[in-house]
Design a protein around this ligand. Structure first.
Ligand code: 5RP
Length: 269
C-alpha cells in the first residue's frame, strides 16, 4: 500500500475502529427528517465521529472546510425514492472532483441480486480503477433498496465478499443475526450501517455491541443518531462501545449521564 493510501486509511480509523457519520440520505430521499439543514445537524456531533459520509453538494454548501473531519464522498446516485428502481445508480462524481474536494475516501452502493446488479458492480470496479491510481480508498455500500428483508447473513456475506473481491478497501453492510458469518467471509474491514430508526436506544446499542463483538470495525450510523431526540448522548454512547469496548449497560449509563448533563446545562441558561 502506498503512502497516500495508508495515510487516507489511517484518517478513517482510530486504533483500527471507526464511527462514520453519514448524512448522504438526501441523494435519493430528499430533505430527510432532522437533516433538512445538515450543517446544523452535524455541528454538535462532529467531535465524536471519525469521518463524515456526504455528497459533494452538501459538502460544498453545508460543511465548513477549515478543520473539517475526513470526508468520505458519496459518489453514486441517479435514482430516487419515487422513481422506478433505487438500484439504478451510476457514478456521479469524476476522479478530478474527488481529488479537488480532498476526499479521504469515496462511497458507492452495490445492489447484488437486483436488476442493476451488473451496473452497480461495474460502478464499484470502475471507481476502484480510478481511485487506486490516486491512493483513495473506496468504501462499498451493500445496499438493499426497499428490500429491507434482505438483511440476513447469507445475502450480506455474499454482497460483502463480492465488494471486497472487486477492490473495495472497506465494506459497509447491515448488521444481522450471525454477523460473524459476514465478517469471516470478507477480507477487508466491515462497518455496520444503521437502517431506519430503531424504537429504543437500547436496541441500537445492543446491535452495535453485538456486531463489534463479532468482528465489525465500527459503524456508519445516521438516522439512529441524528433522528434521536438525544443525538449527542447517542453518539457518545456508541463511541464508548466502539472505542472503549463498553458493555451495553455502560453505554446506556453514559447515554443517561450525558443527557442529564445537557438538561442541567439548558436549565442554567
Ligand atoms: C444511504 C447510506 C447511508 O449512509 C446509510 O444507510 C447509513 O445511514 P443510516 O444509519 O441512517 O441507515 O448509505 O444509502
Amino acid at each position: 500500500m502506498d503512502w497516500g493510501m495508508k495515510n487516507r486509511m489511517s484518517q478513517l480509523f482510530r486504533n483500527g475502529r471507526c464511527l462514520f457519520l453519514p448524512i448522504d440520505h438526501g441523494y435519493f430521499q430528499g430533505p430527510t427528517s432532522c437533516l433538512e439543514r445538515p450543517g446544523e445537524t452535524i455541528a454538535p456531533l462532529l467531535p465524536w465521529c471519525e469521518a463524515l459520509f456526504v455528497t459533494r453538494g452538501v459538502l460544498r454548501n453545508c460543511v465548513v472546510p477549515a478543520g473539517s473531519k475526513p470526508i468520505i464522498l458519496r459518489v453514486s446516485g441517479g435514482a430516487s425514492v419515487i422513481g422506478q428502481d433505487l438500484a439504478n445508480e451510476a457514478l456521479t462524481t469524476s476522479i478530478e472532483e474527488i481529488v479537488r474536494l480532498n476526499a479521504a475516501a469515496v462511497g458507492v452502493s452495490i445492489f447484488v441480486g437486483s436488476d442493476y446488479e451488473h451496473e452497480s458492480l461495474m460502478n464499484l470496479a470502475d471507481l476502484v480503477n480510478d481511485c487506486e491510481d490516486f491512493g483513495i480508498p473506496v468504501m462499498a455500500v451493500t445496499a438493499v433498496g426497499k428490500e429491507l428483508e434482505q438483511r440476513e447473513a447469507r445475502y450480506l456475506a455474499l454482497s460483502s465478499r463480492i465488494a471486497a473481491e472487486l477492490g473495495a478497501r472497506v465494506v459497509k453492510t447491515y448488521w444481522c443475526k450471525n454477523f460473524d458469518k459476514v465478517v469471516e467471509g470478507c477480507p477487508v474491514p466491515v462497518v455496520m450501517a444503521g437502517g431506519p430508526k430503531c424504537e429504543t436506544e437500547m436496541e441500537v446499542l445492543a446491535f452495535v455491541h453485538d456486531g463489534m463483538k463479532r468482528g465489525a470495525v465500527g459503524v456508519n450510523l445516521g438516522r439512529n443518531i441524528w433522528q434521536s431526540p438525544n443525538p449527542v448522548p447517542m453518539i457518545r454512547a456508541l463511541g464508548a462501545i466502539i472505542h472503549e469496548k463498553a458493555s451495553v449497560k455502560q453505554a446506556l449509563d453514559l447515554f443517561q449521564a450525558v443527557k442529564a448533563d445537557a438538561g442541567k446545562a439548558r436549565k442554567k441558561k
